[in-house]
Design a protein around this ligand. Sequence first.
Ligand code: 3PG
Length: 390
Amino acid sequence: SELAKTDALAGKRVFIRSDLNVPLKDGQITEDTRIRASVPAIRMALDGGAAVMVTSHLGRPSEGTVGPDDTLAPVARRLSELLGQPVTLATNWVDGVKPEAGQVLLLENCRCNVGEKKNDEALSQKMAALCDVYVNDAFGTAHRAEATTHGIARFAPVACAGPLLEAELKALGRALENPKRPLVAIVGGSKVSTKLSILQALAGKVDQLVVGGGIANTFMLAAGLPIGKSLAEPEQLDQARAVIDMMKQRGAAVPIPTDVVCAKEFSPTATATVKPADQVADDDQVLDIGPETAQQLAGILKKAGTIVWNGPVGVFEFDAFADGTKVVSQAVAESDGFSIAGGGDTLAAIAKYHIADKVGYISTGGGAFLEFLEGKTLPAVDILQQRAQA
Ligand code: 3PG
C-alpha cells in the first residue's frame, strides 16, 4: 500500500480513518484494544514524516453537535500515552485544519458531522480536500458506507488501506478461503434473529456449527427439547430447523446440548443446577451449557483445523454460569487449529480467561467481522479496491 512506501509521505497530509469506537463508562475507557490497534498506522505515517490527522466515530450520536458523551477527548488522552507524544483534539475540522509534519491531530467524532452517515458527497469532498493521502484502517467500520469510510475515498488524491485493515482481511480470509478442516464455528449470543444471516452463511461452509446462549435455547426447542422459561425466539424455529437440515444434508452437524445449567431466576446470585437437557422444568431458565456438553465441545474444538468464534455459550458475566464459556475458551486456546475471534462479548471472554496470546487472530470488528464471515462486500474495502483498479 501507499502507506508502506513511507518515503513518499514526507511532508504529506495523511488522513487516517481508524475505528476508535471504544466502550466508555463515566468518561473512562474500559477497553482500549481498538486504540492500541490503531497505533501502527499512525506510527508509519509519523515515521514517514507526514502531518497526521486521525478520525473515528464514537457511538451513535445525533449529527450537528458534539454532546458530552460524544467527544473523543478520552481517546485523545489514551492515544497520546500510547504514542508518547501529544495528540491534539481538533473540533470543527471539516472547514479546515492544518497539522504540521510530525504532529497528530485527532479530529473530533466524525459521526457528529452533518452528512457523515448518509455518505454525503459535498462533505466527502471537503474532507478529501484536507489531505494528500487517505488511509482507511478502520476494519470495525468497514461495513458502513459513510463519508469517512467511503465517500472520502472516492475523492482523496490517494486512497489506501492501513496495516490493521490489511491484517484483518488477511486473517479472516485465511479462515474462510480454503480453511484447514474440520472448520468449526462457535456462534453465541442471545438472539437467533440478529445472527440468522451468519448462521445461514456458516451452515453452508463449516463442519460443526456450535451454537450458544439464547441461540442454543432456540435450537434446543427446534430439536424438541423443553427449555422452560429460557430466553428463546419461538418465531425463529423454522429458521433454526432449516439451519440444522442444511448442515445434516452436507454431513455436518449442529451439536445440541445434552446437559445444561439452569436457574429459577436471571441473577448473579441464583442457584445453578445442572440437568440433563431433556429434564428442564417449566420454571427453569437455561443459563449455560452443562459440563458434559462443554467437554464434548472441547473435544470438537481441540480437533479443529480452523475455528471461527463469535459469542459466549452462556451467561459468563455471572460466575455460576460461566463454566461453559470458560471450558470453550480454554479449548480454543489449546487447539492446534488456527482460530479467529471477534465481537465485544467474545473479546471480554478472551480477556476474562487470559487466552489472548493463544488465539490465532483477534478481530477488532463486531458487525464488520460478522458481515465479512457472511461473505458480504464491505463498502469501505470495495471503494479502495475500485480506486486501486482505476
Ligand atoms: C462497532 O463497534 O461495531 C463499530 O465501531 C461500528 O459501529 P456502528 O455499529 O455504530 O456503526
